[in-house]
Each structure stands twice: as C-alpha cells, then as structure tokens.
Design a protein around this ligand. Structure first.
Ligand code: SAM
Ligand code: DTB
Ligand code: SF4
Length: 447
C-alpha cells in the first residue's frame, strides 16, 4: 500500500547530503522509502515517466508560477545559496571533422579558431590549480574530436590529466566526443567524476543541426558512460533554430532516462561568425515572436546578431540588441527560414526551471551565453534553479564573464561556491517552513 505517514524531518540546515551519483541516490531513497517531498504547497517526486504533454504544461506555466514552483523544488533538494563554479579548458582546439552548425571548432567552417595541438599534462594541471585557487570545484577538459577512437597516445596523457586533477580534490569532467565502454571504464578508473556529452536539442531537430552523427550515437555514448559508473553531464543549447516543442523534447529525453543525468548544462548559443548558425540573422526570442505574430498583435521586431567591433568575431546578442536600438534598425519579422530566434533570459529561465522541476536532484548549469545576460537576468536563472556556472574568462573558444565580475555577482546575490562531490540534500529544513518527506509505508507496517 502506498504512503500514509507524513514525516516531518527537521535536521541541521543543509548538513546532510545524498550521494553525488544518481544510482546511489535512488538506492538510498528506496532504502529510506522516500516517496515525495513537499514544501509551501509544492510537491516533488523524482520521476522517470514524464510525458511530453506534462512537460509542455510545466514549461508553459505563467512565468511567476513556474519560477515559484521551481524555486521551491530547488530549496527542497539544494541549498539555494550554493552555486558551483566550474572551469573549462580546451585541451585540443579546432580542426574537428564534425559539422555541428553552432561550433567554432569544426574544420568545415572558417571561424576565429586556429587549430592547436593537444596541451601538455603539466599545462593542464597548472590551469586546474589556478581554477581551484579562484574558487572552482569542478574542472572540465574539452577536446574537439568526433570520438576518442584509437588516439592511444593522447588518451594516455588524458588519463594522467584526470589523475592529477582528481588528486587536487576537484571534480573532474571531460568532453572528448564519442566513447567506447572500455574507454569510459579507463576514465572512471583514473578518477574521472563525470562525462559531458550533450544531446543539444530534440531528436527531431537534431539532424537539422548536425549531420555527421546521429542522436542515437549520442545516446549510445551516454549508455557507455553510465555503465562505466561515471556520472552523466548532458544538456543542450537554446538558439539552434528550434521550436519550443524541441526544447520540451530535449527535456523529455533527459527526464525519462533510466537515471537522470547528475548534471544538465543549459547553454544559450554563442553565435560564432563563420558557422552556419552564427551567419544567420537573429530575430526576437521564440516565445515573444510566437506571441507577437498572433493576428491581434502588430509588433515590429528587430533583427540581431551582428558582430561587434570590440568582440571581433563573436556576436554578443544583448550588446547587438543595444547597438541596433541605438542605430534604429528595425524590420518586420516575416517568419523566414533565414533567421533564427534569439535566446532571451526568459527562455533560459523557463528551460532551467522546467529542468529543475523534472529532475530535482540534478545540478542544472547555467552554461554558455552568460556574456549576453545582465546580473539581474542571471539572478532570475538562479531563482529558476540553476546552481552552477562556468567560471573563467573563456569557455572553450569564446568569452565568458571575468572572474572578478562573477565575484561581484556572487557578493550582490549572497551566493557561495559549492564544495566538490556534494550531492543533493537529504532533508533540508527551512527557517520558515519545513520540508515534509512522505514515505511509502508497506502493507506489513500498517497491519
Ligand atoms: N567535441 C565534443 C562533443 O561535441 O561532444 C566535446 C566538445 S563540444 C565543444 C562540447 C559542447 O559544447 C557541445 O556539445 C555543445 O553542446 C557546446 N557548444 C559548442 N559550441 C557552442 C556554442 N557556440 N554555443 C553554445 N554551446 C556550444
Ligand atoms: C557545455 O554544455 N557547455 C560547455 C561544456 N559543456 C563543455 C561548452 C560551451 C562551449 C561554448 C562555445 C565555445 O567556447 O567554444
Ligand atoms: Fe567537433 Fe564537438 Fe564542435 Fe561538434 S561540438 S564540431 S564534435 S568540437
């Protein structure tokens, strides 16, 4: 028989944490028979059977309802003041054979990126130490490869990098393209915490963005990563010309995996000149375009996406918006295929909030694209349930806010860094409202 007793758990605020791996968390939740958590009228259950319709309903809630629900779920599983800082390093840049239409590193496009040889182990370890000194607790190494394949020599060095970074007490993440099961096991053995492999968008939209590999190829690597016992980092990008249903479709795939990814990065496209997506004209955000172009609304929408002189080849869309407003450029949106919808802070907040509600024990990472968002906009994304950012003045090949600017942001918002290897809270108690954990009580207990 299902649940009957509602147990009020009141422990030291934020002291007890679940394991940092979803399989272990689920096991523990089953042992302790946790069924649901509730707080301030919001109930949260870790589920893997979400339907697209349910997800669409959540995604389309009025924004204040969506944010209230997401922020409350966030508080039930995480300390909302903790935001993890992660640092990226590109250990092998450019010259990639794939045709991902957003990527600066594909050899098929002429971009600002110059292919460079793989970094030395020592260079990477020094960068990891600097990242740790600056407050990062996770270090992610990226390589511009379709797959690790038979790059035996490079793999040996990567395993050394993983060992070294792990010894510093940092969480270690890598993103090296497709992996076999044996490669995933070797990375796990060396001390890798997590493997990043993004699905980017819905299965339907995927072939419009990348043709050199399939959505299923991505799922196969994710299965290898999981089987090797690594934690999974998998998310997507907004701004690939997708519709809202594609955003919902991506979340549906993630939230119905047998184990939720422990980490879901939500990126806003960093528009890079020379790439197919970077070359497209930008128009107003998807949601506002859909709204604005209803028959009752006669709205003029401005195109964005020009490169800025100060950023050379990177078009930073918030800045270009300002520039266009100043220049008074305005055209009517005609719904053509030559332009793609700009991502705004509301799109990001909706995506983050929906991910937070669907996958409450997951780290939701506000990832690429922060150069486009003001402090107030990023605050809304933390409210929506994001609990990680990339820290450091470059992502892989594009700019990111300066560390000092993020320090100011953290001070303004009262945020603190999140320690490494800490999972979600077992049972937080709020100052002004406790989390109720409803447990499943078996038939035998009630007789
Ligand atoms: N080559 C590996 C792969 O594709 O899995 C690892 C590196 S790749 C650059 C890592 C991820 O960064 C991609 O999967 C994509 O989601 C994200 N990314 C790449 N370029 C981006 C851009 N211009 N804007 C936003 N996200 C981007
Ligand atoms: C992820 O989802 N975003 C990061 C990380 N995982 C590897 C990469 C963002 C790359 C942004 C474009 C660039 O700097 O080249
Ligand atoms: Fe290559 Fe990864 Fe860029 Fe695609 S996203 S072109 S696989 S580096």
């Amino acid at each position: 028989m299902e649940h009957e007793s509602s147990i009020k758990v009141h422990v030291d605020k934020y002291s007890l944490r679940l394991p940092n791996n979803d399989r272990d968390r689920t096991f523990l939740a089953q042992q302790t028979e946790e069924h649901s958590r509730s707080m301030s009228g919001v109930v949260s259950v870790v589920r893997h059977d979400w339907t697209r319709e349910e997800i669409s309903t959540i995604y389309h809630l009025p924004l204040y309802d969506l944010l209230y629900r997401a922020a409350t779920v966030h508080r039930m599983y995480w300390n909302p003041s903790e935001v993890q800082q992660c640092t990226l390093i590109s250990i092998k840049t450019g010259g990639c054979t794939e045709d991902c239409s957003y990527c600066s590193q594909s050899s098929r496009y002429k971009t600002h990126v110059k292919p460079t040889p793989t970094l030395k182990v020592q260079q990477v370890l020094e960068a990891a130490q600097r990242a740790k000194d600056a407050g990062s607790t996770r270090f992610c190494m990226g390589a511009a490869w379709r797959e690790l394949g038979n790059k035996t020599n490079a793999f040996t060095h990567i395993l050394d990098m993983v060992r070294g970074v792990n010894e510093m007490g940092l969480e270690v993440c890598a993103t090296l393209g497709m992996l076999t099961l044996d490669q995933a096991k070797a990375l796990k053995e060396a001390g890798l915490t997590s493997y990043n492999h993004n699905l980017d968008t819905s299965p339907e939209h995927y072939p419009k963005v990348i043709t050199t590999r399939t959505f299923q190829d991505r799922l196969d690597t994710l299965a290898n990563v999981r089987e090797a016992g690594l934690s999974v980092c998998c998310g997507g990008i907004l701004g690939l010309g997708e519709k809202e249903m594609d955003r919902i479709g991506l979340l549906h795939v993630l939230a119905t995996l047998p184990e939720h990814p422990e980490s879901v990065p939500i990126n806003a496209l960093v528009s890079v000149q020379g790439t197919p997506l970077g070359n497209k004209k930008k128009r107003n955000s998807l949601s506002s375009v859909e709204e604005a172009n209803t028959p009752s609304n006669n709205v003029t929408i401005t195109p964005c996406g020009k490169s800025l002189p100060s950023e050379e080849n990177i078009s930073i869309h918030a800045a270009s918006r300002v520039k266009e407003e100043k220049e008074g450029v305005a055209v009517e949106y005609d719904g053509d295929d030559e332009s793609i919808a700009q991502v705004d802070a509301f799109d990001m907040a909706r995506m983050i909030a929906t991910a937070r509600i669907l996958m409450p024990r997951t780290m939701v990472r506000l990832s690429a694209g922060r150069m486009s968002f003001s402090h107030a906009e990023q605050f809304m994304m933390f409210q929506a349930g994001a609990n990680s950012i990339f820290s450091g003045d470059t992502l892989l090949t594009t700019p990111n806010p300066q560390v000092d600017e993020d320090r100011i942001l953290f001070q303004k918002l009262g945020l603190v860094g999140k320690p490494a290897h800490q999972g979600p809270l077992i049972a937080p108690a709020e100052v002004d409202g406790m989390v109720h954990i409803t447990r499943v009580v078996h038939e035998s207990f009630t007789q």
